[in-house]
Design a protein around this ligand. Structure first.
Ligand code: ADP
Length: 184
């Protein structure tokens, strides 16, 4: 994992690497509403976590979310074989340029995930770029929404102490930094 920038007295870091390798309190999964795995970062997380994560997600489905998790919501589980202690699963919006609710739904992914982290007194939480892969959210727009939501939350809350934005590709981290609303 390569750290490229930090902001807000080091409470925000921007890194390049594979989110599944982080030994922290929680990594966020860009899940789909089924909670039963998928492609992209979701597939990578389930592959690295092993069958116990899928089993916990199946149980959550039958106990709390028979119809799946709604867009913009988040749930926390253990992390199976991952070095991270927990996984926070959130469902990003599938991008639709004609739907005015898009920014609010994407912001909600970050805010509800951070609310869970705060409730569990987690110190360090890492996010992938939710919705910007298969779900097609423009990376520049998503950068602005994600950074604003995280800054607003951290300013109001002591936990989590640190949020890491993780990008798989250097180019994606560059687009994020060019469009994020971080104070210079
Ligand atoms: P979504 O379905 O929400 O769009 P994706 O998993 O398709 O989610 O993509 C979200 C982002 O996660 C993409 O920018 C993709 O490059 C990135 N990504 C994929 N695998 C990893 C990984 N192992 N670690 C960090 N980021 C990843």
């Amino acid at each position: 994992m390569q750290q490229i920038k930090s902001f807000l007295n080091n409470r925000i870091e921007v890194c390049i690497g594979d989110i599944t390798t982080l030994s922290i309190d929680a990594i966020v999964n860009a899940a789909n509403s089924s909670l039963l795995g998928g492609g992209g970062v979701d597939g990578a997380i389930h592959r690295a976590a092993g069958p116990s994560l899928l089993e916990e997600c199946r149980q959550l489905r039958s106990s709390h979310y028979p119809n799946g998790l709604s867009t913009g919501e988040a749930v926390i589980t253990k992390a199976g074989n991952l070095p991270s202690k927990h996984v926070i699963h959130t469902v990003g919006p599938i991008y639709n340029p004609n739907d005015p609710a898009m920014p609010e739904l994407l912001a909600s992914c970050y805010t509800t995930s951070l609310t869970l982290a705060a409730e569990h007194k987690l110190t360090v939480v890492a996010f992938p770029a939710v919705s910007t892969g298969v779900y097609g959210y423009p990376k520049s727009k998503a950068a602005n929404i994600a950074s604003d939501a995280v800054i607003a939350f951290l300013k109001k809350n002591a936990f989590p102490q640190k949020v890491i934005f993780v990008f798989f590709k250097t180019k994606d981290a560059d687009i994020f930094l060019d469009n994020a609303g971080f104070p210079q």
